[in-house]
Design a protein around this ligand. Structure first.
Ligand code: GUN
Ligand code: ZN
Length: 427
């Protein structure tokens, strides 16, 4: 049976970071028709009711129906150590992250955290995540099993690292190649699941490992590849010392075949002109992780320069380096980081980045991240008056952007009224 969701609706007819806020399309009394897991129609509530009298109606009143959020970079194994105090990147990895990731050799532990992680992300209106796992194949199994159980479109890969990590948390060039290939063959394209080749970052991979993974990527047409790039100045200096002949950080990937369309680079804060030019040439994706960049003290991503320059940019929590599972908190942090660079991102740009922008970064913009006929029915319904503070401010709003901005800046999981995944209500 078809479902008809009624409420305010927000969709995008274009890209507001280049075309302006007019690319957003709002209806004060709209509807979304869902059939067989897909969006069949988007329009005015009265028209859709008349045209589909047999549809089961769920009326969300004044709440805003939007595409669900897409978190383009996360580490689900870091769920239980989010908000760990007082360190910068390298110390933070060694003190908190690696000991926690060690525990994922236990399939039962991995399954428990995967369940908690999907509970938390769905409660926050996130319908697709692109996650790192740990070096353990068991951690990938646990993630994909849980994503499949929820019916979610999901992206993940085995994190590969064979140096500068503790005993018990290192693979080898050969085992990284073999395990990644086996997991790719087992999971990629199963239902809505997507395998992503995942070298952690060049400091934790030997040249032999980067070369092996470059070879595997070349043998895997259509597969995404995710890693980290130029997140912190100490890290950039370390990369320079580890790869003395590399032209820059990006070259440590490029020279091994790990640069191309379908590459996702987390952070990308400290880039040289050559790196900018190459990323643009190949149309790689840059993933902005603002709560992580402030929490770990990394720096200020140049969103204005990237969007004006036409780069492919996605938005992400980077949990547990990021300090929240909420894409609303992440959007607010993106606004604040851009303010520190003297650019006020418009609510239309912010909302687009968390939905279509991230979908575009994952090269899935034709399937997820927008309300349009034919798109997969992954939807978040947002209460625009979820707390007294937000409600009293939103009551003064003159248009949808003013009505939305208090929720962007002050909202959290209390603002998530409902979530639909694959055409089914899950919250
Ligand atoms: N760089 C390499 N690994 C990580 C990680 O787990 N989190 C963050 N924020 N940066 C990284
Ligand atoms: Zn990360």
């Amino acid at each position: 049976m078809a479902d008809l969701l009624l409420g305010q609706t927000l969709r995008f007819a274009g890209n507001p970071t280049t075309e302006g806020p007019e690319a957003g399309r709002h209806s004060a009394r709209g509807g979304v028709l869902i059939e067989a897991g897909r969006i069949a129609a988007v329009g005015e509530a009265d028209d859709l009711r008349r045209a589909h009298p047999g549809a089961r109606v769920t009326d969300y009143g004044d709440a805003l129906i939007s595409a669900g959020f897409i978190d383009a970079h996360a580490h689900y194994p870091q769920t239980a150590m989010i908000a760990s105090w007082g360190k910068r990147l390298i110390d933070w990895l060694n003190s908190y992250t690696f000991p926690e990731e060690m525990r994922f050799s236990d399939p039962a532990y991995a399954a428990g955290i995967a369940r908690t992680y999907f509970d938390l992300t769905i409660a926050n209106g996130t319908t697709t995540v692109c996650s790192y796992c740990t070096i353990h194949p068991e951690s990938v199994e646990a993630f994909f099993e849980e994503a499949r159980r929820r019916g979610a479109r999901a992206y993940a890969g085995k994190t590969c690292m064979d140096r500068n990590a503790p005993e018990g948390l290192r693979d080898t060039p050969q085992s990284a190649y073999d395990d990644s290939k086996r997991l790719r063959d087992r999971w990629h394209g199963v239902e809505r699941l997507n395998y992503v080749l995942t070298p952690r970052f060049s400091p934790t991979s030997s040249e032999a490992q980067l070369e092996a993974l470059g070879a595997l990527w070349a043998e895997s047409p259509g597969l995404l590849m995710q890693t980290h790039l130029s997140e912190q100045t100490d890290e950039v200096a370390w990369v320079r010392a580890l790869f003395p002949t590399a032209r820059d950080y990006l070259d440590t990937y490029e020279r091994f075949g790990l640069l191309g369309p379908g590459a996702l680079y987390g952070h990308a804060i400290y880039l040289e002109p050559r790196e900018h030019a190459r990323l643009k040439d190949v149309d790689a994706s840059l993933i902005h992780c603002p709560t992580s960049n402030t929490f770990i003290g990394s720096g200020l991503f140049d969103m204005d320069g990237m969007t004006r320059g036409g780069y492919r940019v996605g938005l992400a929590t980077d949990t547990g380096g990021g300090s929240s599972f909420s894409m609303l908190r992440t959007i607010a942090a993106a606004y604040e980081v851009a303010q520190l660079r003297h650019r006020a991102l418009h609510p239309a740009e912010l909302w687009w980045l968390a939905t279509q922008g991230s979908a575009r970064a994952l090269r899935a913009e034709d399937r997820i991240g927008n309300l349009a006929p034919g798109m997969e029915a992954d939807i978040a319904v947002i209460d625009l008056a979820s707390t007294p503070a937000i409600a009293q401010r939103a009551a003064r709003a003159g248009d949808i952007w003013e009505a939305l901005f208090p929720t962007i800046m002050m909202g959290d999981d209390r603002a998530i009224r409902a979530v639909w995944i694959n055409g089914k209500p899950v919250l």
